[in-house]
Write a protein that binds this ligand. Structure first.
Ligand code: ATP
Length: 367
């Protein structure tokens, strides 16, 4: 399948000399839902704005639909952008907000009407076409902003934190709508968010960025299961991964936690890949989902059990989060039980099949 959007060694240096994006490379296939994700200031909006043509590219190539567009004006790029603040025209009705960009492009009025009505149907906006934006809820306004993009029928939809002005519940339902919309339109989406839940739920592939550098590009599952480095492990997933400091013992079979001396037995696969680290410090990482306290798992993982000192627990309906310590390092466990947990010290274990080791210096996953 042909790539729709290609970024080749794209860099952004702002006029004040600040290097905001370093060597960004990606081939985005037609129909993908790419989510650019990372903490504030990581360069995700800058990247999106370069694709949109709202920021100049300092070096590298941007190709949309087979055509290099570095110097093509935004309006000629076959993209449509949806912003966080909706940017609707307050004095225009929903209908005219959606029709506006086509009107200024002098599209035939019959065609404009057909496209606006089709978009309104797709988005459930037909009953609101004569209202002004201030007569709409936040979710409805966001749908109008999407409608304005849809009528353009672009090759690529660019969305910058489109849900961040909505309350949590509405964000949840808009996520579902966005997913369905993406399927229906079969178009390419590039979406910016700092919210890793949006990234995991919406993306066909996630790009995690930090300080202007791409950290990893992968499917949500791959990103969650096999984070490339400590940053990605800590960023994707809530609560974040647990990181334990320690060393691989001289036989290369065990990880021994610093301070506590608590031992964990490596799986065969881990023993195979850990060769260069025997006798050296590493970081052992385990997601809260794989720290267990139930009898079946304690039996199965009896060699990797330890005393878990619990500071406090959070009850979240279907599961509990247990916050505490293993030795003197913080540990979180996500436990799928509805039973109240009152213990302050409890036997816990980890499933070593779901443990990763990271290099202390490079912070990369050992593989
Ligand atoms: P946020 O989630 O806060 O919007 P972001 O990841 O989208 O963050 P960008 O807006 O891409 O971040 O900004 C990346 C970096 O570039 C930031 O450190 C920002 O301060 C800097 N930056 C943005 N615009 C300019 C500019 N016009 N001149 C200089 N530096 C800028």
């Amino acid at each position: 399948m042909a790539a729709d959007v290609v970024l080749k060694n794209v860099n952004k240096v702002y006029p004040n000399g600040f290097h905001a994006v370093y060597d960004f490379n990606i081939d985005i296939q037609k129909g993908e839902f790419i989510v650019l994700c990372g903490p504030s200031g990581c360069g995700k909006s800058t990247t999106l704005r370069m694709i949109a043509g709202l920021e100049e590219i300092s070096s590298g190539d941007l190709i949309i639909n087979g055509k290099k567009v570095n110097n093509v004006a935004p309006k000629d790029r076959d993209i449509a952008m949806v912003f966080q603040n909706y940017a609707l025209y307050a004095h225009m009705t929903v209908y005219h907000n959606m029709a506006f960009s086509l009107t200024i492009r002098k599209v035939d009025p019959v065609e404009i009407h057909a496209r606006v009505m089709k978009a309104a149907e797709v988005l459930g906006l037909v009953p609101y076409l004569n209202r002004k934006p201030k007569q709409l809820s936040g979710g409805q306004r966001q749908r109008v902003a999407l409608g304005r993009a849809i009528v353009r029928d672009p090759v690529v939809f660019l969305l910058d934190e489109p849900l961040s002005n909505l309350d949590a519940k509405l964000r949840g339902s808009m996520r579902k709508e966005l997913m369905q919309l993406h399927e229906r339109l079969n178009a390419t989406f590039v979406y910016v968010t700092h919210d890793q839940i949006e990234a995991l739920t919406l993306a066909t592939r996630i790009v995690v960025m930090k300080d202007g550098y791409v950290q990893q590009i992968a499917t949500p599952k791959e990103m969650f299961d096999n984070p490339e480095n400590l940053f990605v492990g800590g960023f994707i997933g809530t609560p974040p991964m647990n990181f334990l400091h320690g060393m691989i013992d001289n036989s290369g079979i065990k990880f021994i936690q610093d301070g506590s001396g608590i031992e964990f037995e490596l799986t065969e696969h881990q023993q195979e890949i850990i060769g260069n680290y025997i006798g050296k410090n590493v970081i052992m990482a385990v997601r809260p989902e794989f720290v267990f306290i139930d009898n079946a798992n304690l039996e199965k993982n009896s060699k990797n059990a330890f005393d878990f000192k619990i500071d406090y627990t959070e009850y979240l309906g279907a599961y509990h989060l247990l916050y505490g310590y293993i030795g003197d390092e913080a540990l979180i466990s996500k436990v799928y039980t509805r039973q109240e947990i009152t213990d302050t010290e409890i036997k816990a274990c980890v499933d070593m099949e779901h443990v990763h080791f990271f290099d202390v210096e490079t912070t990369k996953r050992i593989r």
